[in-house]
Design a protein around this ligand. Structure first.
Ligand SMILES: Nc1ncnc2c1ncn2[C@@H]1O[C@H](COP(=O)(O)OP(=O)(O)OP(=O)(O)O)[C@@H](O)[C@H]1O
Length: 368
């Protein structure tokens, strides 16, 4: 990788799973070296599929991906040596100790002797696991296990670390601790981190740049503040007393549009959202306009734009709505992510993911 080359460049990625599910539909991502980049999207948006391709655990139907200066499709072995992967499901052996897991991981990457033990102890210390290092992993709390997963991903000092939903399933306290840890990692010299998340707050807090992913492609990209800044003015949210039907919703939107104080009116059930240059000043006019249409209002809030507002603007629906709809959106299925395959193959069919077979069974928590 040359000094200023991006750590990850992928474009035009298309991936169709068996059964016709188009998981990626022109996905593109560029991550500058030494930065934290967030792929933010609801369930089923295509984040994990992107990570699987970038980490050589799946192949796209078409498109290109270069990671740490190596072509991920032509030289997957070179990419694997340069990256660490923390997959959604823990890769640690539950009946081995934390330290044993680290030692095994290090051996898979060629570390031996004193250097191996030193690196394992260094990481146990760094992730506050020294006291638990000689205990079996099955006795660890969720947060401890997740910290060990990240330590495993770092054992061989990768240039690029992939964190797939690093805090999903953690309680709020463990999540905050993990955020602090990731922020610290981001300060490590030269380490590039690509994380996927469906937590708006997580992306906002950790990532220097964010790509918002919806239905297999990026719908908006920028810094969290830049993205929010693009949405001029305040967000005005009105909770109606009852859900308007389609005709009423249209009438209300027209009436609000005419009152000139607000723009970009959208409905999500009983919730109406709009933008206003001066939110507080717009509220009385909004209430009057709604009242004139006979709509009863339960509550009104005015807020600075959030990433949820950014998502709404670019994806045309609320993040929570899309997250709940999950995989139904582009697959027609309701089933959630396909079960991980212990062989390291990540596609349901697996047959065309032939590169995955060469990954050491425990490569930093890959495809499990
Ligand atoms: N092995 C598979 N076989 C068939 N369809 C799949 C497979 N893996 C993922 N999909 C489908 O591809 C789409 C994208 O899934 P993907 O897991 O990449 O999304 P995601 O954004 O990571 O979501 P999540 O946060 O739930 O993991 C979804 O519709 C999903 O159901």
């Amino acid at each position: 990788m040359t000094a200023h080359a991006p750590a990850v460049v992928a474009h035009d990625l298309i991936k169709t799973y068996p059964g016709g599910v188009r998981a990626l539909d022109g996905m593109a991502v560029t991550v500058e070296a030494g930065t934290v980049f967030g792929l933010l999207g609801p369930n089923g948006a295509g984040k994990s599929t992107t990570v699987k391709i970038l980490t050589t655990l799946a192949r796209p139907d078409s498109g290109a991906a270069v990671v740490a200066g190596h072509d991920a499709l032509r030289h997957p072995d070179r990419v694997r040596r340069a990256i660490g992967v923390v997959a959604q499901k823990s890769g640690a052996d539950p009946v081995a100790t934390g330290r044993e897991n680290l030692l095994l991981q290090g051996r898979l990457y060629g570390l031996r002797g004193a250097a191996l033990g030193k690196r394992a102890d260094e990481l146990l210390d760094r992730f506050d696991l020294t006291a638990a290092g000689r205990r079996m992993v099955k006795t660890y709390s969720g947060g401890m296990q997740r910290r060990l997963d990240v330590a495993l991903g770092l054992m061989h000092r990768p240039q690029v670390l992939f964190l797939d939903e690093p805090t999903t399933g953690l309680d709020p306290e463990a999540r905050t601790a993990m955020w602090e840890e990731i922020s610290r990692l981001a300060g490590d010299e030269g380490l590039t981190i690509l994380l996927t998340t469906h937590y708006l707050e997580e992306a906002d807090r950790l990532a220097e740049r964010i790509a918002i992913v919806d239905r297999g492609r990026v719908v908006a990209e920028g810094t969290p503040d830049g993205l929010k800044g693009e949405l001029r003015g305040d967000a005005v949210h009105v909770e109606l007393s009852r859900t308007p039907d389609e005709v009423d919703a249209r009438l209300l939107a027209t009436a609000l549009g005419e009152c000139a104080a607000v723009r970009e009116v959208t409905f999500d059930g009983r919730r109406l959202s709009a933008r206003a240059d001066d939110g507080p000043a717009a509220v009385p006019r909004v209430l009057t306009a709604l009242e004139q249409q006979g709509a009863a209002v339960a509550s009104v809030t005015v807020a600075r734009p959030s990433l949820d507002d950014v998502y709404l603007r670019y994806a045309g629906r609320r993040f929570s709505e899309a997250d709940t709809a999950g995989h139904q959106d582009n697959s027609g299925r309701t089933g959630g992510t396909a079960p991980a395959d212990p062989t390291g193959r990540t596609d349901a069919a697996g047959a065309h993911d032939d590169t995955a077979g060469n990954v050491p069974a425990r490569t930093s928590g890959g495809a499990r």
